[in-house]
Structures are given as C-alpha cells and as structure tokens.
Design a protein around this ligand. Structure first.
Ligand SMILES: C[S@@+](CC[C@H](N)C(=O)[O-])C[C@H]1O[C@@H](n2cnc3c(N)ncnc32)[C@H](O)[C@@H]1O
Length: 484
C-alpha cells in the first residue's frame, strides 16, 4: 500500500534487526554465552504467539495512551510481568507499540476513513485495529495481520480499505496533510515548519524513524577500539559513530544491560548528539557544575573529561534521578562527583547554590525542555506537550540559566543545552540571557570542537543537531564565556 510518507521500515517492524526506539530498550536478555547455538537460533526462528503478543501490546499501549504513562516505563512495566514471553515476542511488543505511537495520528486518520464508526467502537477494539493498521502501514501483509489480530467482518475489511484511505490523505492540501502524515499535533507541526522550513517533512519523517542504539565508551576505563574488541568477544558488533569520537553504534538484538562490558562500566548508553553536547563543556580538573544532572548521562562524561579529578558538582531536583546517577557513577568508576538534591525554585534554591557563587570554571545547564528532539526514542512525548506548557518551559529555562549562571567564575564558561529543536527554547533563551548579561559572550562551538567537526554540527555559533541532518537526536548547545 502507498504510505503517506516513507515508512519506518520496509520490512515487518516485528522482524527487522534494526535499532530499538529507546536507549532503555524493552528488549530481552541476550542468549547466554553458554547456551548452545542451535538452541538460540531455534528460539529466534520460533513463530510468535500472536495472541500473547497482541495482549501485551494492548496493555502497554493502553498504559501510554489511556493512562498517560511514559512509553519506556509502560513497556518495562508490562514486559516485566510477562516472564512467559520469548525474547522475540518481547521485542515484537516493544517494536509494535513504538511503531504505533510514532504513527498514531496517521493511523487514526486512516482508520476513521477505512472503518465506519471507528470513533464509536469500544476502546480495546479500536486499539486492536490501531495496532493492526500500524503493522500494515509498516509493510506487513494485510491477510497475515488480520489473522494475527483475529479480525473479522468490518474490522478485517477496514485493513483492506487502508490503501484507499492513504490515497485520500495524499490528496489533502499540503498544509492539512503534513500534521496528519507526520503524526504531529497541529501546533507542533507548525513549529516544525517554522524551524525547518522546506525541510519540515524530511525533519518530521526522520523524527519518526527508530533511533540507533548508541553507546559512549568510558575513557576512565577503556578506549573505543578496545571496547569494540571486548564487545565483539561478547558477540556484539559495533560501529564507530560518525560525529562523536566517543560513540559506538551497537547492533540491536542485544540487551546492553546484561553485557559484562556494561556491568563493568566500560560503556554508557548515550545518544551521539548528547555526547557532542557534553563535549562542549571541555571540563578542566578543577571545579565544574552539572546543574541539571538528572541520572547523570553527561555527569559521567564530564568526570572523564576531568580525568576523575577536581570537584564535579552534580545537582538536580529529582532525588530518584540523583540516586540513579550515584549507581551509574559507581559502575563507571567516577570518584569526583558530589551529588546534591536541590530545591526547584525561590530562595531555598538560591541558598542551595550560594556556596558555589562565582566559583565554577564550567557550569552546564542541560535544561528541562519540550524534548522535541527526542521523538525517535520517546514518540509519545509529542502528545504531552501543549502550547501553554511550552511557554512555561521557556520561562523555566530562562530562570534556570539566570540562577545557575551565578556559579560561573570570571573567565569561566556557562554551557546551555537542550534536546529541543525549537528556537524559543534555544537561541531565544540565549539571546534573552545575553541581553541582561553583557559580561557573557558567545564562544562559537567550532572553536571548541575544531573546525572540521564544528562545521558539521553547528549553525552559526551554536550546536544544532537533528535526525534528518545528523542522524542524532535533536540537540542545541551554546557556550557562553564570562569576561575575566
Ligand atoms: C534534560 S534533563 C537532564 C539530563 C542529564 N543532564 C543527562 O545528561 O542525563 C533535565 C533535568 O533538569 C532537572 N531539573 C528540572 N528543574 C530543575 C531545577 N529547578 N533545578 C535543577 N534541575 C532541574 C530535571 O529533574 C531533569 O533531570
């Protein structure tokens, strides 16, 4: 059938061996090394028990769409309770749910045309149809999907009517078609158009692809080539990432968390764009602050830049994330990080950071944002953001940059980053800050990354990454230098 845009895959989304959507994949454990090869191969070719896969998919999808749970957590939660599913079945659940979340709006549009009364059907029946239509949209055979989904009568007929509905979508005027075909809420589709102009369709399409499984080697314990060899010994193929000198793309039919290399802290999962943002910090072994450290993706990278020396202050408002950071730091052999849970705002927040005023050589503000750059990994995030919320995010970003800039010492640097592609969360926040702080000036990222890499990853003086142009998640980064 003719699809509205290039599909995520030409093959069945449940069969291909390409990367998972989330770095925290709801994948299965890799076959134990002790397991005989034939046994592993028999497991991987065993037919899926479609009824069980459908049931688990419905549960996970329902948690996301009807109960507002985050997709990775919903999948973890569902699959954890489905110990009886084979690894191939777990992967199929995960892939099908992500595939549908990416194409939610398209699928609903098509079904509203292909199945009369679709909107009035009972929710589970709608969801069965959604999962089935999404599989067809991703190239699976209609009769197979209808049989797997136990569809009959009008529901089975609806799958056959999808090509006609897709043709109707194609025939819409471009402005109406784009949000539906890109599966974006109208206001976000308009933002994509504002940001990417003529490239908006390509940008949105790439955002609907699956992300590669990307790791960063831990320079405190290894180097890229040694890690590649180690991974190969564990049966995992890897390829150096084209932009970040720290990254490896891993083949995906693997549960990274079960690898010895992972357990021993030789690697961390981290998108290539996030690695490039971390590189902008270039942290010296003195005093550095990671002000929105979260679970520590960049903290660990900064610790390695500092060669485990000096003081690395990792702050966040979220105690759970800071706990996770501590665990990851132990695994990575990081000794110079001091974690601190800080209050979110007001006088208590100012007081908490007062001891660091004018003290830090580098302050990284990896700000909370709309996440519009990460839809490859978190496809459901697009349904959570509203215009109102975006405004609040921007206000918060400005406030955080203001607050945390006070920790930068004269001659020190403030690095501002987001995983958003939107100008208002990026350049506009930096411009706003600079208008009130003439003692800060922009250092072009090419000066930090070198001319060759800088030219590839920057727009003007800023880091500007997107899936359709760089194959990374969408990221923004700015380096602001405080005068001496
Ligand atoms: C983009 S995430 C950080 C990701 C992290 N740097 C990494 O690389 O894994 C933004 C973080 O900002 C934190 N945050 C939100 N409000 C904050 C505040 N007022 N002060 C400090 N951190 C805050 C959130 O809890 C979240 O962990």
């Amino acid at each position: 059938m003719k699809r509205p845009h290039r599909p995520a895959s030409k093959k069945s989304s449940s069969k291909r061996s390409s990367p998972p959507s989330s770095q925290k994949s709801a994948s299965r454990p890799a076959p134990s090394r002790a397991a005989p090869r034939e046994e592993a191969s028999a497991r991987s070719t065993r037919p899926l028990r479609e009824d069980l896969v459908l049931q688990a998919s419905l549960e996970a999808y329902g948690l996301v769409r009807h109960e507002g749970r985050l997709s990775d957590r919903a999948l973890d939660f569902t699959l954890r309770r489905k110990a009886h599913l084979y690894s191939t079945e777990r992967r199929a659940v995960s892939e099908r749910v992500y595939a549908l979340l990416r194409r939610q709006r398209t699928v609903d549009y098509l079904l509203s045309r292909a199945r009369s009364g679709f909107e009035r059907l009972e929710t589970t029946r709608q969801d069965v149809l959604r999962l089935a239509a999404s599989r067809v949209l991703h190239g699976e055979s209609t009769p197979t999907v209808a049989r797997d989904s136990a569809l009959s009568g009008e529901d089975a007929a609806a799958l056959n009517a999808l090509p006609e509905a897709a043709a109707a979508l194609e025939a819409l005027p471009a402005a109406k078609r784009f949000p539906i075909a890109a599966s974006l809420p109208d206001f976000l589709a308009a933002k994509f158009q504002e940001t990417f102009g003529e490239d908006a369709v390509r940008a949105a399409e790439a955002m609907n692809e699956r992300a590669p499984l990307t790791a960063r080697f831990n320079p405190l314990k290894t180097d890229r080539e040694t890690l590649r060899k180690r991974l190969a010994e564990e049966g995992v193929e890897s390829t150096p990432t084209p932009l970040s000198p720290l990254g490896l793309w891993l083949e995906t039919r693997v549960n990274v968390f079960s690898l010895e290399s992972f357990r021993e802290g030789f690697l961390e999962l981290q998108d290539e764009g996030s690695q490039l943002l971390g590189m902008l910090v270039d942290a010296p072994p003195t005093r550095v602050v990671d002000a929105c450290a979260g679970a520590g993706g960049k903290t660990l990278q900064l610790a390695a830049q500092m060669k485990n020396r000096g003081d690395l202050h990792a702050l966040d408002v979220d105690e759970g994330r800071i706990d996770e950071l501590r665990k990851r730091a132990r695994r990575a052999g990081v000794h110079n990080a001091r974690t601190q849970v800080i209050p979110p705002e007001g006088a208590p927040a100012e007081e908490a950071i007062a001891p660091l005023k004018d003290k830090a050589d580098r302050v990284l503000v990896d700000a909370p944002c709309s996440g519009t750059g990460t839809y490859r990994r978190k496809p459901d995030a697009r349904y959570r953001v509203t215009a109102e919320e975006l405004k609040n995010q921007v206000a918060r970003q400005k406030a955080l940059l203001e607050r945390f800039s006070a920790m930068v010492k004269p001659g020190g640097r403030l690095i501002y980053g987001t995983c958003s592609i939107l100008r208002e969360e990026n350049e506009a926040v930096v411009e706003d800050f600079l208008s009130r702080h003439p003692d800060f000036s922009v250092r072009p990222v090419a000066e930090e990354l070198g001319a060759e890499l800088g030219a590839k990853v920057s727009r003007g003086p800023f880091l500007r990454l997107a899936p359709h142009t760089h194959g990374t998640d969408g990221f923004f980064g700015a380096i602001l230098v405080r005068a001496k």
